[in-house]
Design a protein around this ligand. Structure first.
Ligand SMILES: [Zn+2]
Length: 414
């Protein structure tokens, strides 16, 4: 559904992301009732709600300037969806009576105050009953019908016949420049401020999630615990591209690294530049982790309590795609923190920050990293556990092999 919308709206930088999908079990909508009373709040942030009934009396129905519409199930990849979202975003039907002239000096000129109020959509009829006057390729109209002022429609073009906002059996895939401007003006200026959290002045929108409830809206008011990002995971061996799950990290020795993985998502309609960076930091858990002092390298009681882990280039990510970056990190023996009297000696935290000219911080960073993470969707935060498995005493080795070469096996210690 979002792919279909983005194929038409993405061209002028209107980008749709799926936030949530859920089922409503209800008899309403099966028997031709008006189901707009089903519009309720399944998601308490601001988002366009699209209801998709199996059966419905209309193919689609939208509330003008509101974030609600209904699209019958068989219409989700037709022009109906584009059309009704157009109404949500402030567009009217272009076939409501207006004068034919497009010449502002003509005394009859009313394109700016009549019909759809968009001056570069022609005065046009509802094409549904007169499709026989429209060529099969939807490029020309050959009728001599007149509008409510008795004027013949002239100059009807492909952009009128295939216009997203008209009633036509042609593919509804064209917006005029005036319609595109109207949509952007609705987003910027809608008096209810309905769309304010959707406006993104940046050239791109990269993000790592704080939780499954994080839909990249800033600040993230949906996530509860902010330091459990599912987009950061830690492994004792370099297998995190395949196994995207956390492990308890093991301190083996001062020469045995572990691996940290960060997923970066591009939720924009364009590919990212390939010139962005991801910075990863660690800090000792169980103590105050002021940004940036602790994370950029600090000590307490003579022990390191935070530092840079590394910086990696973020390769170009396609629209709607993601990439995973791998970092090596040398854990510190938790016993030495315990011996020095630290609370929660086993707790270590990671902070990932996307550094991008195209997608800067939305809110200035302060000392409180939890708040920075909530405010900026380019920051993610993860608490992890490191245990000392201190390899003292006798060592033995066990040979483990995978004799079925076609299938990967995963072996876990319990
Ligand atoms: Zn309509």
């Amino acid at each position: 559904m979002t792919e279909f919308l983005n194929s038409v709206y993405g061209e002028f930088n209107i980008c749709f992301n799926l936030i949530k999908f859920d089922h409503i079990i209800s008899d309403e909508g099966y028997d031709g009732d008006d189901i707009t009373n089903l519009f309720n709040t399944l998601y308490d942030g601001i988002a366009l709600q699209i209801f998709v009934p199996n059966d419905y009396q209309y193919r689609g129905q939208a509330r003008f300037y509101e974030l609600k519409n209904v699209v019958r199930k068989d219409q989700i990849d037709t022009g109906i969806l584009n059309h009704d979202v157009g109404h949500n975003l402030g567009l009217r039907h272009p076939f409501i009576c207006e004068r034919v002239t497009r010449d502002p000096s003509n005394p009859n000129y009313n394109a700016d105050v009549a019909g759809d109020y968009v001056i570069d959509t022609n005065a046009a009829p509802n094409f549904y009953p007169i499709m026989n006057y429209v060529s099969e390729d939807c490029k020309t109209y050959s009728g001599n019908l007149t509008n409510c002022h008795g004027e013949q429609y002239t100059n009807l073009t492909e952009s009128d016949l295939k216009n997203v906002m008209t009633w036509t059996f042609c593919p509804r895939i064209i917006f005029t420049t005036g319609q595109k401007i109207t949509i952007h003006e609705t987003l910027q200026n809608c008096s209810s401020k309905l769309f304010n959290n959707t406006i993104n002045e940046n050239a791109i929108d990269l993000t790592s999630k704080n939780s499954d409830l994080d839909y990249s809206i800033e600040p993230d008011n949906q996530t509860g615990v902010i330091w459990e990002s599912p987009d950061i995971w830690v492994r004792n061996q370099s297998d995190g591209f395949i196994i995207q799950e956390d492990e308890v990290l093991k301190f083996v020795s001062n020469q045995t690294a572990v691996y940290v993985y960060v997923k970066v998502r591009n939720i924009f309609c364009d590919a990212s530049s390939g010139e962005d960076e991801l910075k990863l930091y660690w800090a000792k858990g169980g103590l105050s982790q002021d940004w940036p002092t602790v994370w950029e390298g600090a000590t307490a009681n003579g022990l390191q309590i935070g530092n840079n882990v590394g910086t990696k280039n973020i390769p170009s990510i396609s629209a709607g795609g993601h990439t995973i970056l791998e970092f090596e990190w040398q854990p510190v023996n938790p016993d030495i923190y315990e011996d020095a009297g630290f609370k929660k000696p086993w707790m270590f935290c990671f902070l990932s920050r996307i550094v991008s000219q195209d997608d800067p911080m939305s809110y200035p960073e302060i000392a409180n990293v939890a708040e920075n993470t909530r405010n900026n969707n380019i920051i993610a935060y993860k608490n992890t556990t490191v245990e000392n498995i201190g390899l003292s005493g006798e060592l033995g080795s066990i040979f483990v092999g995978n004799f079925n070469e076609n299938e990967m096996k995963r072996i876990e210690e319990k």
